[in-house]
Design a protein around this ligand. Structure first.
Ligand SMILES: Cc1ncc(COP(=O)(O)O)c(C=O)c1O
Length: 373
């Protein structure tokens, strides 16, 4: 029996060696936070994604809250798909706004143009799009047009979407700002960390102040806002620089596994696949399949586990409108968003990582077919 984990980090021995050298340099420099590694990581990450500015922070959650705080949300609503991680919606609340959930598209698991249209009110200040599993929301251009037309902000929760592309642009470059996470399950990591990408000078200035306790600048003692400690440390930035260099290779390798899964599963009638539009670069943070209606997901996952195949955490089950905290806070309930309820209850995340041996991917497919046939 093989043992196939849901994910693995991609640190080559030479990368670990060069990170060790960086760590030595950082420790002996005495500059452990907000130093030259962070600055370089911000510049390189932003320019990789075709953006002018990057503001590195200590998590994807802080990236979201900073951008939302810069929009001054008090009394306003933010449209957000119900199928997302809690941080997406919680950051709206922490920034003083109200999340307004929508349903999602079954083909992409992302928010759709019509979902956005149906949720706009005269209180809408922003739309938060989430590129679920590393697929840029296929309706992003139409949603951007709606936002421009209605003069509302478009924010990308790009926590899953490092290096992803659609319509010739990178994730994090479509709206006011993109918010990325480098949590260790992600396609590239800084251990913990996040970054905001933007071309908007005002957003960047505000973000720099907010992430560092509201100080007018790093070396100043003048507090111009109430900020927070949302800083990224230098060691994480050094890890990020190393991982960023590997990002194209990581995405390419994950795509090779995804092609094998596509080939083997596209005609297997017990599962449905997510549709990736022509020309999109998907980073396959997740390879999601939907089990046909009536298949017991928990039982299937358990049998896969018994045969050594561990599937990843779903993106997402339960969707936020079914979670106790949001039910209490927003009065949402089961039944509100039937598409999300259906697809989220049927999704399974197949193991995928850059250095996954072909034999492991084949073993996943063979085991899956055995268990579902
Ligand atoms: C969609 C989404 N948004 C936000 C976050 C928050 O990122 P972090 O864990 O780095 O705070 C995550 C993280 O896992 C996420 O998946």
């Amino acid at each position: 029996m093989r043992n196939v984990p849901p994910l693995r980090l991609y640190f080559l021995p030479e990368d670990i060696e060069s990170i060790k050298i960086d760590v030595e340099k950082i420790l002996s420099s005495g500059m452990l936070t907000m130093g030259e590694y962070t600055k370089k990581f911000e510049e390189d990450y932003a320019s990789y994604h075709g953006m002018k500015y990057g503001v590195a922070v200590n998590s994807g959650t802080s990236a979201l809250e900073i951008v939302l705080r810069s929009l001054r949300l008090r009394g306003w609503e933010v449209i957000v798909p119900t199928n997302t991680f809690t941080a997406t919606a919680a950051s709206i609340v922490f920034a003083g706004g109200k999340p307004v959930f929508t349903d999602v598209q079954a083909s992409s698991l992302c928010i759709g143009e019509e979902d956005v249209k149906g949720a706009i009110t005269n209180k809408t200040k922003a739309v938060m799009v989430v590129h679920i599993g590393g697929l840029i929301c296929p309706d992003i251009r139409a949603i951007k047009e709606i936002c421009e037309d209605k003069k509302i902000a478009l924010v990308e929760d790009a926590a899953h979407a490092q290096g992803c592309k659609a319509f010739g642009r990178f994730a994090g470059s479509f709206g006011t700002a993109g918010c990325f996470s480098f949590y260790p399950t992600k396609v590239m990591t800084t251990a913990e960390g996040g970054i905001i990408t933007t071309d908007d000078q005002e957003v960047v200035e505000k973000a720099r102040v907010l992430r560092d306790q509201g100080k007018e600048s790093f070396n100043s003692n003048i507090i111009v806002e109430l900020g927070y400690n949302w800083r990224l440390n230098e060691i994480s930035a050094a890890i990020g620089l190393s991982q960023l260099k590997r990002l194209p290779e990581i995405i390419e390798k994950r795509n090779i596994v995804a092609r094998l899964y596509d080939r083997e599963l596209s005609n297997f009638e017990r599962v449905e696949l997510i549709e990736v539009p022509e020309g999109f670069v998907h980073n396959y943070y997740k390879y999601t399949i939907l089990l046909r209606k009536g298949i017991d997901r928990d039982g299937f996952k358990k049998r896969m586990r018994e045969k050594g195949v561990r599937c990843g955490g779903e993106v997402y089950w339960p969707p936020l409108h079914m979670q106790p905290a949001y039910r209490k806070l927003l009065g949402v309930k089961e039944g509100d968003f039937p598409v999300a309820e259906d697809v989220c209850a049927r999704m399974v995340e197949l193991p995928i990582y850059a250095d996954m041996p072909k034999e492991d991917a084949e073993y996943v497919i063979n085991t899956l077919k055995e268990e579902l046939s």
